[in-house]
Each structure stands twice: as C-alpha cells, then as structure tokens.
Design a protein around this ligand. Structure first.
Ligand code: FMN
Length: 374
C-alpha cells in the first residue's frame, strides 16, 4: 500500500522572493475565486491563491468591478497573485504597477483563456500564437514592478499548433519568474484529458519554476503529477469548488501542517459553508444566484444532494435556502453518514495508469466530477 511507503515532502515553491508552501496553488477562476472563496481555500491549506482574471482596460478605466477583483481585505495568511488579461505591453505594465501598489504578491498574465470575450480582444489564449508580443508584455511588466511576474499558458491554440515548450523558454528569457501550464489546448476548453507529458517537457526546458495544472482531483493525483512531470507545484481549479477539504487533504498528504480539523464532521462542514456564504454576502449582498451556486457546489459528492438541489432550486430567497441547507445537513448527521469520504477520494494504488480524471458523478460517489467554466 502506498500509505506504508516513505514519502518525500516536496520543497515549498519559491517564485522570486515569494515562498509557496505547500506547493499547492488555487487556480484563477472567473466568477469563482472571489475574495470569500480565496479566504476559505487559504484557511484550508493552499499555498498560493490567484484572483479571477482582471481586465487591464477595465482596471485602468477605474471600473469598480475590476478594482474589486484585486482586493483582499484583510490580507490572507498566504500570498495572493492577481491575474491580468490584455494585450498591450504598456497598458499591462501600467496595470501591473497599480496592482502591485494594491498589495499583490505576484502578478500573473493570462495567456490561456479561450472564451470569446477575451479572444475578441486579442488577449488570453490568442497570445499563444504571438510569442513576440507575449514576451514584450512580460518584459514591460518586469520593468514596471518589483514583484514576480508569472504567465499561465495552455499547450497551444489547437493540436496542430502546440508550441508551449519554445514559448515557455522564450518567456523565461524575457524575465517570467514562473510558468503555469494548463495541459490542454485552447480549442479543447475542458474536453478530453489534460496531457501532463507537456508539463514534464516544459519543466525540463526552462530554468524557472513550473506549476502543473489540469484534472487533479485527489491527493494521489497531486502526488502523481509532481512525480511524473517533475513540476514544482500543483494548481487546482474545479475540484476545489465546494471542497476546501480536498486542499487540506493534499497539503497534509504532501507533509505540510494544516490548521483546520483534519477529521471534520458535518458540523464542521456546516460551519465552513455558512462562513463562506456569510463572507460572500458581505461583499455581494444581492446575489442570490451565486448564493445558490455555492450551496450546490458544497453539496456535490454528498449523499442525498439531489434533495438539497431540488429544494434550493425552488426558491430565490437566501434565508429559505439556508433553512433548507441546515435541515439537509441535520438529516445527514442523524443518519450517521461519514463526512470526509464524501469529499476526499480514497488513495489509489501506486503506479496506477489511465485517465487522471476520476470523471464520475453521482450523489454518493466520493470522487469529484469536473465540469468546465470560462
Ligand atoms: C469557472 C472557471 C473559470 C476560469 N477562469 C479562469 C481565469 O480567470 N483565468 C485563467 O487563467 N484560467 C481560468 N480558468 C481555468 C482554470 O484556472 C484551470 O486552468 C482549469 O480549470 C483546469 O484546472 P482544473 O482541472 O484543476 O480545473 C477557469 C476555469 C473555470 C472552471
């Protein structure tokens, strides 16, 4: 059994002067990784959080929505990166200056987002096809700020144009302090499997840290990505939705202390969910749609989740949703269902092969199903 093997503890990730321990990163997710979300994930043991992507134009025009995306008040116990999207090197540099002044520990460039709104501006994944421009962006930002500048890439636009190894080398020469790689092409969006072999190829080619990303849903898969690709840290997105316990389990499995209850029950679950929702409501009091979404995410993987989903879908009143939620949790607690197995998959045997994605869904399946967003 893998549990009996002596496991090495991976080093913290160092990006410039920023230390990320455990080497576990919360992926940027537009519409998801807001300040309340980042706080919960930071408290459960992730080593670095990344903001939602922020439009450089919106930020420079002073749009309140864009400014809010960059704010974390009070600060977190772990560093926070702010991710910018745009395509003009000078504007990117100016936005970087402002974000640095606002307290970001790192600034990340979005060079992977495939959504139309971003592509139409020639930003996000469009930049994968223009290495000169992307390198010019990194150079301009590096001149503008003292904090580390990182870039988040996909493999390429499509399977015919995978150029990520050369691109990463170019960006490291331009001054990028680390590269994150979501190991899919832009046209794939979230279909198929992430091809981790490219993470290993990039890691071998560059002399800056590489953060691997795509389809990690369990402690075993996080270790597998580190082991197979040699990457310096693992970034996780979708599997964290409604599941900070997964991050705590991964951090602990990697040999890092976590400061939450490592054997939580339904009361801890309820406290976390209500705390998250309370923090969310403080920043966006009138947003009942997202309120519902949070409850649905947290119910994922739990027994009897359909009952909760059906009931909360029938109301727009947040207080009523909370009553339904409390009643549902009480029912699970009374039935004596174990909590943690609903959220953290059991270990798989070492050396297992096949799809890295559990990819299964269903109310009582302990593994996390993934579905794409932006
Ligand atoms: C809802 C959603 C929003 C996302 N928004 C961003 C974003 O703003 N910037 C970015 O670089 N990637 C974004 N991504 C991609 C994730 O950062 C990550 O690369 C992707 O989900 C693969 O990782 P995973 O398999 O762990 O989810 C988003 C993904 C989702 C599901």
């Amino acid at each position: 059994m893998e549990g009996k093997m002596v496991r090495s503890r991976p080093e913290p990730l160092r990006i410039g002067n920023v230390l990320v321990g455990p080497p576990l990163v919360l992926a940027p997710m537009a519409g998801v990784t807001d300040s309340a979300y980042r706080r919960v994930m930071a408290e459960f043991g992730v080593g670095l959080v990344v903001s939602e992507m922020v439009s450089v134009q919106g930020l420079l025009r002073g749009q309140p929505g864009s400014r809010e995306l960059c704010v974390q008040d009070p600060p977190l116990p772990v560093p926070m990166a702010v991710q910018l999207f745009g395509r003009d090197p000078e504007l990117m540099a100016e936005a970087a200056r402002r974000v640095e002044a606002g307290g970001a520990a790192l600034i990340d460039v979005n060079a992977g987002c495939p959504v139309k709104k971003v592509i139409r501006q020639g930003a996000g994944a469009s930049l994968l096809g223009d290495p000169d421009l992307l390198a010019a962006i990194v150079e301009a930002m590096k001149k503008a700020v003292a904090v580390p500048v990182t870039v988040k890439l996909r493999l390429g636009w499509d399977s015919e144009s995978i150029g990520v190894v050369d691109l990463a080398v170019r960006l490291a020469s331009a001054g990028a302090d680390a590269i994150s790689l979501h190991a899919r092409t832009a046209v794939q969006h979230y279909s198929g499997e992430a091809d981790w072999s490219w993470i290993g190829k990039v890691k071998k080619a560059v002399n800056v840290p590489v953060i691997g990303n795509g389809d990690v849903t369990s402690p075993a898969l996080a270790r597998k990505m580190l082991r197979e690709t040699g990457c310096d840290a693992v970034m996780i997105g979708r599997a964290t939705q409604g599941n900070p316990w997964l991050l705590a389990a991964i951090a602990e499995d990697l040999g890092y202390p976590v400061h939450c209850n490592s054997l939580p029950g339904w009361e801890d679950f309820s406290e976390t969910v209500l705390g998250h929702i309370g923090a969310f409501c403080k920043s966006r009091p009138r947003c009942s749609g997202h309120f519902r979404k949070l409850l649905l995410w947290y119910s994922k993987g739990c027994p009897d989740a359909v009952r909760l989903r059906t009931a909360v879908s029938g109301t727009d009143r947040p207080e009523e949703m909370l009553d339904i939620f409390r009643d549902w949790v009480r029912g699970l607690n009374d039935r004596g269902v174990s909590f943690l197995s609903s959220k953290v998959p059991a270990e798989r045997p070492p050396g297992e092969t096949g799809s890295p994605v559990a990819g299964l869904s269903g109310d009582s399946d302990p593994r996390v199903s993934l579905s794409g967003g932006a």
